[in-house]
Design a binder for this molecule. Structure first.
Ligand code: GDP
Ligand code: MG
Length: 149
């Protein structure tokens, strides 16, 4: 029905993902991308970049008063990262599920962080946590021209 079609279209989301330095360093980009694709998430944009400390600080500005902020931003510039836009139905929440809990000790079996994360800090992936964050974080790294659905 028309209603069903509308709900499908409204649920199609995009979210910002980052494959973090601990994972790019261990050559895990492909294995992590397979997790996204197996979950029905489509990689509609992707690039490997080296962040500056200023960029990492701006991206994680919400955490700047946290005790781990320095450690987090230094980590994020320690190796290249792969920034990507994932698209799918309910992509924001779905990606958070595929990622697993922030601390890999608390992550569910089969999640990226359970399989690959080294610690609460070096936890292999970032994913937007809300529609507002997704919009801000996607535009932080990508222009409209780079998003090919
Ligand atoms: P996320 O949304 O699951 O990535 O978690 P948060 O938004 O709470 O934290 C952002 C990132 O900061 C995490 O993914 C970790 O890389 C890092 N982080 C969070 N908590 C800690 C901590 O207690 N110690 C350290 N070293 N890093 C942390
Ligand atoms: Mg977060």
């Amino acid at each position: 029905s028309g209603e069903t079609q509308k709900e499908f279209i409204m649920a199609l989301e995009r979210t910002l993902s980052i494959i973090k330095p601990d994972a790019t360093k261990r050559n895990l980009t492909g294995k992590i991308n397979a997790k996204f694709e197996d979950a029905g998430l489509r990689i509609v944009a992707q690039k490997r970049i080296q962040l500056t400390l200023a960029q990492a600080g701006q991206f994680y500005a919400e955490h700047k008063e946290r005790p781990f902020f320095g450690e987090l931003t230094e980590f994020m510039v320690s190796e290249p990262v792969v920034v990507q836009v994932l698209e799918g139905e309910g992509a924001i929440l779905k990606n958070r599920e595929v990622m697993g809990a922030t601390n890999p000790a608390n992550a569910d079996e089969g999640t990226i962080r359970k399989e690959f994360a080294l610690s609460v800090g070096e936890n292999s992936v970032h994913g937007s946590d809300s529609p507002e964050a997704a919009a801000r974080e996607i535009s932080f790294f990508f222009s409209g021209l780079e998003l090919v659905g």
